[in-house]
Write a new protein. Sequence first.
Length: 499
Amino acid sequence: MHKVLVVDDDKVLQQSVRQALEYHHFVVDVADNGKEAVTKVYGQKYDLVVMDVNMPEMDGIQALIEIKKHDPSVIVLILTAYSNVTDAVKAVKEGAYNYLEKPISSENLVALIKRALKARSMVETVGFSSPTLSIGETSTSKDKFVGESNAMKKVFDVISKLAKVNTPVLIRGESGTGKELVAKAIHYNSPRKDEKFVIINCGAISENLIESELFGHEKGAFTGADSRKIGKFQFAEGGTIFLDEIGDISAAMQVKLLRVLQEKTFMPVGSNREIKVDVRIIAASHKPFEEMIKDGSFREDLFYRLNVLPVYLPPLRDRKTDIPHLVNHYINYFNNVHNLRVKGADPEALDVLSNYSWPGNIRELRNIIEHCFIMEASDMIHVSSLPSVVFKDQKKVESSDQGSEDSVIDIEDIQNSVLDATPAAKSSHEVHFSFGTKLAEGGKLDFAIAKDQFEKEFIVQALKLNKGRINQTALNANIPKKTLLRKIEKYEINPKDYY
Ligand SMILES: Nc1ncnc2c1ncn2[C@@H]1O[C@H](COP(=O)(O)OP(=O)(O)OP(=O)(O)O)[C@@H](O)[C@H]1O
Ligand SMILES: [Mg+2]
């Protein structure tokens, strides 16, 4: 629930605004003048202040300046007399969200308050608009969640369960697997969805600033702290805080976070005031917590507090069925961004993408599709527009999928298939196989070296004949496609050289 402070020396107006707002389920507090308002804002967190301008002790403009200095996130709406537009303009310049002229209609006031709160939550959630992330929904939003694999269906299921409860969550997974997206999905499908979703990247904030960033500080708490500041925990009151890269925080911060998790209280830097907060904590990291606990760099008690309901995001290479869906998703996305009409990726390109190991996971896939949009001149993504990196790393996926070097091609099979292929091939292309001098180096024959040389040469010629097309080459040269891809990787051949 949002908390509003109504500031007016006119008691009748103050109470009628209070009643109107309480009727609309706001939690309302009142102050009789600017000075009292500032004291109240310093003592507790308000979402919004509705304030008159002409008041004894301290006027509304001065109070606005003081309030904004202390907490820039608080929304201030100014109430002005009909003729006093100059004050209103001044107030807006000083950071008021808007002003209303007296007499006030409660309907207009409530509508304006709702609009202001909505605008603020959109800014705070880094441009993320909540309605687009109901899981599995189809839309062109960049925040759409894509996943058809069993692994992702399980993740969606866990998200919908987690959205209903209030416990901390720890999201684990390699870089780019969607940890932040999961955190957003939990928040925006939870009862806290209309409150703030605040992201803190623990790895990006320096050790000596993170405490003040999270918990705030008092004026003069340290050199440079020339005004009081509220921290992200207080700022996120009622909502969710996403502690990204939590594996990077220091031992001292781990103790402080444990306290928030256990007691739901914290103390700003330089203060002995304990502040109570109602914030859901979602944390994420790609770090190996089990090892960090063993070597003492992460507290076991904090880990168990966070890990009540863990979510593990599998790497993309372990959920290959998602790849074509993600490719289509990003094709739609970049069609919108670049105002293009790319229809899709052809089967051969999809095949190469499916066999790649995706060390950067979905973020990398997105980047590669964007690369293709730049490289591809036609309305389909072809192998020729894929970056060379996706050809290089096909082995890892394959070996986890299928046997290993046992399935190397038998040299006799190759020779036979060359013999078979040669007459047809010769009619349009000359195919030559030359054996290097290493075959008889120092007068000694080495079958392994000769075989490698032959294989490499054979594959290069076969690719040349088939214009670098993987499927076609595999068919034409009678090599299982996976073996062909493995050999391309082994011999560092770039099929793009033969398009
Ligand atoms: N299942 C998915 N469907 C659609 N897009 C996704 C999916 N998972 C991740 N993405 C997109 O991939 C990109 C990376 O996701 P995100 O930032 O959530 O990953 P992360 O695990 O937090 O990565 P890092 O550890 O590097 O911070 C984002 O652009 C996100 O929108
Ligand atoms: Mg992230």
